[in-house]
Write a protein that binds this ligand. Structure first.
Ligand code: SF4
Length: 378
């Protein structure tokens, strides 16, 4: 079983904090669609023997495509890849793009899950983030999707925004709950180098995000949503009714995925490789070949460290059985020893299967995993 990722590199405007590969234009959508369709056909043999269980339209802003462009790409996916009949097909959409004809095209094209980039229901936060939509559009978004017949929804929110008090964040969470959506992806605002926000902070035009505020927001989110029956199944993802994001869960379980579009990454179980991060180079190359930018073959220590990093972020935790399969008794012993201090400080919980992070430990997952990393072997 494999996943397909489609990267749509257009945005209405560039949000200040964003470091994804995307351009604030919609000008080359037609040429891009033709290039993407060509790439889907060129690479069909890579996944020829695999059933595709998930398709994820990300970006950028997939909801900026016109219905005709969306349909051409969806047809190319169906023509070249073996989609499972119950495949999860997710499309990321921004609240200001939810026009009737687009929603209809997604539904007819098989999209059965929409992830809505709301980020906040509070106008001051949206202004800080320099989002293109407003709070009123954020409030209407879920209704529009449901009216179009898509009710498996996820909402993205951002916390730790300067000026967002703990009460403001709680109100965002309460508003999320009032909408009755089963899945939440919530990310701490981080300052990525060379973003617009990073330059503004360097020039002291904006306050930087603070870890202490984000930690408080994270703890509140865990508490408020747990009380409403949401499992915090990955650090940035919470779901009720077991509506876990299947596509992302497959990433964390090391399942192969094939990424299409500029900057998209692929993973075949052993090797990671990625396309050029330039729309112009992508469009120019594709009548003839797929413009790859790089690749890396994962060493054994890379695979161990990735397992430590991703497993500890999930509610299923780091399993003894997996460690044994990856690195034998020696690795198991080393990780067990490394966990001792974290168990003592209550950041890690141990059970017969392995180790999981406690709610307090979850906020420090990356640091804990880094302490356990193995150095180069294999
Ligand atoms: S809409 Fe998303 S991808 Fe586009 S600039 Fe904003 S955060 Fe980045």
């Amino acid at each position: 079983m494999a996943g397909i990722y489609i990267h749509i590199p257009f945005c209405r405007r560039k949000c200040g904090y964003c470091n994804f590969f995307s351009l604030a234009t919609t000008r080359s959508r037609e040429a891009f669609t033709s290039a993407l369709v060509a790439e889907l056909h060129f690479r069909a043999r890579e996944a020829a023997s695999e059933a595709v269980g998930t398709v994820y339209w990300g970006g950028g802003t997939p909801s900026l495509l016109e219905p005709i462009q969306f349909r051409r790409i969806m047809e190319a996916i169906h023509a070249s890849y073996a989609l499972e009949p119950d495949a999860e097909i997710t499309l990321e959409a921004n609240p200001d793009d939810l026009l009737d004809e687009r929603l209809r095209a997604w539904k007819q094209g098989g999209v059965n899950r929409v992830s809505i980039g709301i980020q906040s229901f509070r106008q001051a936060d949206l202004d800080y983030l320099e989002r293109a939509h407003d709070a009123a559009q954020a409030l209407r978004a879920t209704d529009l999707c449901r009216k179009a017949g898509i009710d498996n929804l996820s909402i993205d929110l951002i916390y730790g925004i300067p000026g967002q008090g703990i009460g403001d964040w709680e109100e965002n969470l309460r508003q999320f709950l009032r909408l009755g959506v089963d899945h939440l992806s919530a990310y701490a605002l981080t300052l990525e180098e060379r973003t617009i926000l990073w330059h503004q902070v360097q020039r002291r035009q904006r306050k930087p995000p603070e870890d202490a505020l984000a930690a408080q927001h994270f703890e509140l989110m865990h508490r408020v949503l747990a009380a409403e029956g949401y499992a915090h199944y990955e650090i940035s993802n919470l779901a009720r009714n077991e509506r876990y994001a299947r596509h992302n869960t497959a990433y964390w379980n090391g399942i192969p995925y094939y990424g299409f579009g500029p900057s998209a990454h692929s993973f075949d179980g052993r090797r990671r490789y990625w396309n050029v991060s330039s729309l112009k180079d992508y469009i120019e190359a594709l009548p003839l070949h797929v413009p790859m930018e790089g690749e890396e073959v994962l060493s054994l220590s890379d695979r161990i460290n990735e397992y430590l990093m991703t497993s500890l972020r999930t509610q299923w935790g780091c399993r003894r059985r997996e460690l044994l399969a990856l690195g034998g008794e020696e690795l198991l012993g080393r990780v067990g020893e490394g966990m001792t201090g974290f168990i003592r400080s209550s950041w890690v919980l141990e059970d017969p299967e392995g180790w999981k992070l406690s709610p307090e430990g979850m906020f420090h997952a990356d640091g804990i995993a880094a302490e356990l990393f193995v150095s180069h072997q294999g």
